[in-house]
Design a binder for this molecule. Structure first.
Ligand SMILES: [Zn+2]
Length: 310
């Protein structure tokens, strides 16, 4: 699942690629009866309205909040995309297949750049066509992504964004703020608490493993039992590793691709995540990377240098 560095990379690149472009049409095959009444494009009526509203609009700019990509339009509306598990937002030339019979459904295929032909990127379920002949598409194997339309001025108050915790990379996010947010879940295990969007936004399974390895704290430590000195290390590692993830263009160990279909490279810099059985790379540590299940997720950690506080 894309985490903050991946969503940040997508939003930053899309901002460069699609700002100023005019929308000529939009298409989806995600609609269905089971989604009637929902406030996103999987409800066929919502999509009809969405299509009318955004056609002819121009992209002002693209940014993000938490793991949500926000595409701001010049009509006071914002398209919100949450990529969820396997969503990718891609930009390039695509062609639509011809519908040959009533049974066959239209599909979209990448033309250029060639990187968009990646097998992980062939699940196109949503398309925005631009007047320049190019397209922004959502490829999403699992089809869990969410796309909706919000009033730009009040978007942050909507149910889609209102409960998201502070942005860890903002300068105003200092240690005091971090500590206060963590202590809203004093009995929680540190890995799970770090991954809660309402506590800190944008941290998932990969970065939480890496942050805790880097700060020498065991993932099952109880928040209230971790000494302040160690909490300060977790805080510093959070900023450091999220920035590092952005510098490497995100993590493409799994589905994630940048908007031009290329891979990020943070996966080549993992110290804990999916390193089960390998020797720990920490200086002077002779431990091995171990793993355990907690709260339905797998935590990877060093069995030696990561202290458990309980
Ligand atoms: Zn170690």
């Amino acid at each position: 699942m894309p985490e903050l560095p991946e969503v940040h990379t997508t939003a930053t690149m899309l901002n460069e690629l699609i700002s100023g472009l005019t929308i000529s049409d939009t298409w989806t095959d995600l609609g269905g009866k089971t989604h009637v009444g929902k406030d996103h494009i999987k409800d066929p009526k919502f999509f009809q309205k969405f299509r009318v509203q955004i056609t002819g609009a121009k992209i002002k700019n693209v940014d993000r909040r938490g793991k949500n990509v926000l595409i701001h339009l010049d009509i006071g509306q914002t398209i919100l995309v949450h990529m969820k598990m396997t969503g990718q937002l891609l930009y390039g030339r695509y062609k639509k297949s011809k519908v040959v019979s009533t049974q066959s459904k239209a599909t979209w295929e990448a033309v250029s750049p060639v990187e968009l032909k990646d097998p992980f990127s062939r699940f196109v379920h949503f398309v925005i066509s631009f007047e320049n002949g190019r397209h922004m598409v959502l490829s999403d194997m699992r089809k869990f992504a969410k796309i909706t339309l919000l009033e730009t001025a009040t978007a942050h108050l909507s149910g889609h964004l209102a409960d998201i915790g502070p942005e860890p990379l903002e300068e105003s996010f200092d240690f005091k703020k971090f500590q206060t947010r963590l202590f809203t879940r004093p009995k929680g295990r540190i890995k799970q608490v770090l991954m809660e969007p309402a506590v800190v936004s944008g941290i998932g399974n990969i970065y939480s493993d890496e942050i805790l390895w880097d700060s020498d704290v065991h993932p099952l430590s109880a928040v209230s039992k971790i000494p302040e000195k160690e909490l300060r290390k977790i805080f510093a590692s959070t900023k450091l590793l999220l920035k590092k993830g952005i510098d490497f263009g995100g993590d493409s160990m799994s589905d994630y691709r940048t908007p031009i279909g290329t891979k990020g490279s943070f996966q080549h810099h993992h110290q804990a995540y999916h390193k089960f059985g390998e020797k720990c790379a920490k200086k002077n540590c002779r431990g091995t990377i171990s793993k355990l299940k907690a709260g339905g997720r797998t935590a990877h950690f060093c069995d030696t240098h990561q202290e458990c506080y309980n």
